[in-house]
Each structure stands twice: as structure tokens, then as C-alpha cells.
Design a protein around this ligand. Structure first.
Ligand code: SR1
Ligand code: MG
Length: 400
């Protein structure tokens, strides 16, 4: 960690000024920290002409817990590298990296201040017609072009090494697959939910499916994942969608990012039952969320299949029918990981404001129960899905 020093606003201005190329010489800069994520410092630096950039710095520990949870600074390198790699494939949906310094764990990014974080927008029942297509295209293209369908085996193996991310993967391994199914200090949920949690923990069929999903997460370097596609990692406007924060990136199962995204839409769907807006508005929002899920699934599948049919470079993987076989497994994985996301965001360490901001305790408890039941049923029934329509039908048979 030699050379590392945690920034404050003054140090950020010194650093940016020293770099020299972001603002006109002699400009007066102002800076403030506004990060509200679980892990990092995030500063906005602006001049008097309203030009601005974002300076993000990893701390040597998890911000949401404190210094008692040390965490590698290497996550900043991973994040900047994933953004750059994904940005080469999908420049319009990936936040642009302007500068990176691995020793300081600092990344300078374009300021997306004109956009808003998707989670907050969904919580206010705002809709985005282009969201599903943008996410479907991003997930399909990035996952295809970093898969063995496209990369030379030696090139892919080198990338798997470059993106080995053991400490951040360990967080996901714990929070997704272990913690919710046993007592740990990191979990938190109301005592009124204990019976539902106990039922999950005693469901042997469920625990076998969780084991399969964890094994797949540990052992399937299928593509370079973003690794944390929740609705807090997506900036949106009426015209644009931008992915940020891929510090959990690594080579893992393709269905993981797709499932995480759909899981977050379903968390919002569950929360809509208890939000304060009038019933017709909440119903419209739920219809929008289901449409968004359906078109993300179909857009992802169609784009991926087309790429597989036209761009696959590995001769054996060109075998007729193999891409369809592979995609069926991706869909089943996605449904399983979606279920895990619903459960872990309800009872584990990292919750979502969609649910936690519901003020009425009874209404929030009902939403939490819905999210747990939906997650459980998706995990148990994932293997029945062979098409995107099967996935959609499975989801609508268990949301209510
Ligand atoms: C300690 S990190 C908790 C969660 O926040 C991140 O955004 C990931 O989703 C992680 O699981
Ligand atoms: Mg994040």
C-alpha cells in the first residue's frame, strides 16, 4: 500500500490540478464528497464554468462497515479495467474512464450528473422506455465478446488471470450464497420474518439449488462480468443508460449479471405493493417492470443468438444447436441468481431502499415475505425454463 493516501476534498483538488488536463489553467475548482455506496469515496470536482469530473477512490476497507472489514485496493484497478473493456464493446452504455492510478486506487470518470440512479427513479415510479433494450444489448454484447465463443483460448485465459478478483468475489460468495441460509452477524431482518427465514433454511431442495448456483459462480469463467448489476449501478435519463461500478467484475457465469438485474426489478415490483402512490400508478409501474423484464430477456436472447450465429470463432462451438443449448443454461442460471438476489437483499447485509424505505412496518414485512417467497420459487423452478417465455411465465406465476 506504499504511496496510498486517502483523499479529502482538498487532496482531490491538488491531485486533479497536478494532472493538469481536465480544467483550464487558473480555474478555481470546488469539490465535495457525495458517495453513498457501500465501499468507496466519490467526489465531484467542478470549475466556475460548470465543467465537472468524478473522482472515485477505493478505501482499504469496506466503507459501510468500517476499518474492521479490510478490503483490497485492487478493486479500483478491476473496476477501471472492466469499464474500459466493456466500454470498447458498448461505449454508449458504459461510464467513460478518463484516468486511473492503481497505487492511489483512484479513477477519474466522466460526470453523469445529468443522469439519475435507476433505483431512486424506480422508487419514484419513473419509467424508462429504452432501459430494457440498452441493458439487454450491453449484457449480450459484453458477455458474448468475452466468452469462448469469440476469444482465442489463450487470450481468454490471460484475461481470466488479469480479472482474478478473489476478495470481491468472496463478498459475493458469502452474501449471496452463504449468509442468508445461516445465522451470521451480517444478516439483518425483523424478528417477525424469522419464521419465513427458518423455512428457507430448512428447505433441503432449495439448499441443493443454492449449492449448484454457488458452484457455478465459483467454477464457470464464462465471461467478463460486471459483477454487480443492481439498479444502484445504473444511471439513466430519458435518452441514456450508463453502467457504473463494476468493481466486482471477474470471469464468471453469464447468467449472473442478467439475473442480478432482473432480481432488482422484481425487488422494486414487490415494493410497489406498499408504496405511497395511488393504486393505479403502482399497478402501472408493476406492468412496466414486467414488460421491462420480458424485453430484457428477449432482447438479450435474440442479440446473443445472433452474435453466436454470425461471430463465433471457435469451430466446435459453431455446431448447430449448441448456442441454443448454451443459452438455455444461461437463462436457468439467470433465474437462479435472480432468486438469490431477491433473498439476500431482503435478509442479508446489503438491503435495497426500494424495501427499506417503506415506512409502515406491517406493509414492509408483507413486501419482505413476498420477496423471499418469489426468490425461493424462482430458484426451485429455474430448471423448468427452456425459453425466455418460460422464464417470463414462471415469474408472473409467482408475482402477485
Ligand atoms: C460490502 S458490499 C455489499 C454489497 O454492495 C455491493 O454493491 C455489492 O452488491 C455487495 O454485495
Ligand atoms: Mg457498487
Amino acid at each position: 500500500m506504499s504511496g496510498y493516501v486517502a483523499f479529502d476534498a482538498e487532496k482531490v483538488i491538488d491531485y486533479v490540478t497536478h494532472l493538469g488536463h481536465f480544467f483550464a489553467e487558473g480555474e478555481t475548482l470546488s469539490c465535495y464528497e457525495f458517495g453513498d455506496g457501500n465501499l468507496n469515496l466519490v467526489f465531484r470536482v467542478q470549475d466556475t464554468q460548470r465543467n465537472s469530473i468524478i473522482v472515485k477512490q477505493a478505501l482499504p476497507y469496506a466503507r459501510c462497515v468500517g476499518e474492521s472489514w479490510p478490503l483490497t485496493l485492487d478493486r479500483a484497478r478491476i473496476e477501471a479495467s472492466v469499464l474500459r473493456r466493456h466500454g470498447e464493446i458498448c461505449p454508449t452504455t458504459t461510464a467513460k474512464v478518463l484516468h486511473h492510478n492503481s497505487e492511489l486506487a483512484v479513477t477519474i470518470l466522466e460526470d453523469l450528473g445529468q443522469l439519475h440512479i435507476l433505483r431512486g427513479e424506480l422508487n419514484q415510479a419513473h419509467t424508462f422506455p429504452q432501459l430494457s433494450q440498452d441493458i439487454a444489448t450491453y449484457l449480450a454484447k459484453t458477455s458474448f465478446y468475452f466468452s469462448s465463443f469469440y476469444l482465442e483460448p489463450s487470450e481468454k485465459k490471460a484475461l481470466v488471470t488479469e480479472f482474478t478478483n478473489p476478495e470481491l468475489c468472496a463478498i459475493t460468495e458469502d452474501l449471496f450464497f452463504d449468509d442468508p441460509y445461516r445465522d451470521t452477524e451480517r444478516n439483518h431482518f425483523p424478528s417477525a420474518l424469522q419464521a419465513s427465514v427458518n423455512a428457507l433454511r430448512h428447505n433441503k431442495a432449495l439448499l441443493i439449488e443454492i449449492a449448484k448456483l454457488k458452484a457455478q459462480f465459483l467454477n464457470a469463467p464464462e465471461t467478463l462480468l460486471h459483477g454487480d448489476v443492481h439498479t444502484g449501478s445504473i444511471f439513466v435519463s430519458a435518452e441514456q443508460t450508463k453502467l457504473i461500478d463494476p468493481e466486482f467484475g471477474f470471469f464468471g457465469p453469464i447468467g449472473f449479471d442478467l439475473g442480478s438485474f432482473i432480481g432488482n426489478l422484481l425487488l422494486n415490483y414487490c415494493a410497489q405493493h406498499a408504496r405511497i402512490e395511488a393504486l393505479p400508478k403502482r399497478r402501472n409501474m408493476q406492468v412496466y417492470l414486467l414488460d421491462c423484464i420480458a424485453s430484457t430477456l428477449s432482447g438479450f436472447y435474440a442479440t446473443w443468438l445472433k452474435l453466436a450465429k454470425t461471430q463465433t470463432r471457435d469451430l466446435s462451438l459453431q455446431a448447430e444447436g449448441y448456442a441454443e443449448y448454451f443459452l438455455t443454461k444461461v437463462l436457468q442460471d439467470a433465474v437462479g441468481y435472480c432468486g438469490c438476489e431477491l433473498i439476500r437483499r431482503t435478509i442479508g447485509l446489503a438491503h435495497v431502499t426500494d424495501i427499506d424505505d417503506i415506512e409502515d412496518d406491517t406493509a414492509r414485512l408483507e413486501v419482505q415475505k413476498r420477496a423471499l417467497q418469489l426468490g425461493e420459487q424462482l430458484i426451485l423452478n429455474a430448471n423448468k425454463c427452456h425459453t425466455t417465455e418460460d422464464v417470463y411465465q414462471l415469474i408472473i406465476s409467482f408475482v402477485n
